[in-house]
Design a protein. Structure first.
Length: 241
């Protein structure tokens, strides 16, 4: 969780309690532990701060000794247990036995079966889902929800969403998976639009809508999307929350 010049804190290392679907408390606590460890490291030698390539392995120790580690260790097998022959139902049975009864004290740790992006099925093997239109009361359209996030990026900043190969989205993702980018992105950043010539399609990236969830970086079946940290100050604001 620590390396020279940085620490993995907050949501970045995936500090979420899966059965509770909550991670804010663990993310905030990891930030507090990181701040305390960094402060001690900066001033441990005659109060002379050393910032170049600063390595703070003490953060790892503090994290393992905190209630975060104890809480997440108890639920470590819940999500991987859904990969068995019984699927989600098997995961529910496993959770009932080994979490609610034994509180995650089993002496083994299950593993995920491969990367998330490799689990996507071809469009020909799936049945399209006909979702009802948003009613504006309980369900809402995508762009209205994005507007509530207050996300904003300066028009002249370097693009933080780029493609390693411009031909892959149409030749593979659209051809085999029916363009999953336009469905797994919660902010409508990716959409397939007709070419100006009218012959074929192209992937359009509306980077200004990005809410920094990094779903595209994780779920793209071709691992062709290059997500980098955008210019400081940009992104969602969530003023309404």
């Amino acid at each position: 969780m620590s390396f020279p010049g940085g620490l993995l804190i907050g949501c970045s290392p995936g500090l979420m309690n899966v059965p509770k679907i909550k991670g804010t408390h663990t993310a905030m606590k990891s930030g507090m532990l990181a701040a305390e460890a960094i402060f001690k490291k900066l001033f441990e030698h005659n109060r002379q701060p050393v910032t170049q390539g600063l390595h703070v392995p003490e953060y790892d120790v503090e994290l393992r000794n905190s209630w975060i580690w104890k809480e997440l260790y108890a639920v470590r097998n819940i999500r991987p247990s859904c990969h068995g022959p019984l699927g989600v139902y098997g995961g529910m049975i496993y959770t009932g036995i080994f979490y609610w009864i034994f509180r995650g004290l089993e002496p083994w740790t299950l593993k995920h079966k491969g990367a998330d992006y490799s689990q996507l099925k071809s469009a020909k093997d799936c049945t399209p889902i006909d979702y009802p239109k948003p009613d504006g009361k309980i369900s809402f359209d995508l762009l209205s929800s994005v507007a509530l996030s207050g996300t904003n990026h300066e028009d002249d900043q370097p693009a933080h969403l780029t493609l390693l190969d411009d031909s892959i989205p149409v030749n593979r993702n659209l051809a085999e998976f029916d363009g999953p980018e336009q469905r797994f992105c919660p902010a409508g950043v990716y959409e397939y639009v007709p070419l100006e010539s009218g012959n074929g399609m192209r992937l359009q990236i509306n980077a200004q809508n990005c809410v920094h969830c990094k779903t595209c970086d994780i779920k793209d079946p071709s691992q062709n999307i290059n997500w980098v940290v955008p210019e400081g100050g940009g992104g969602p604001a969530y003023n309404g929350m």
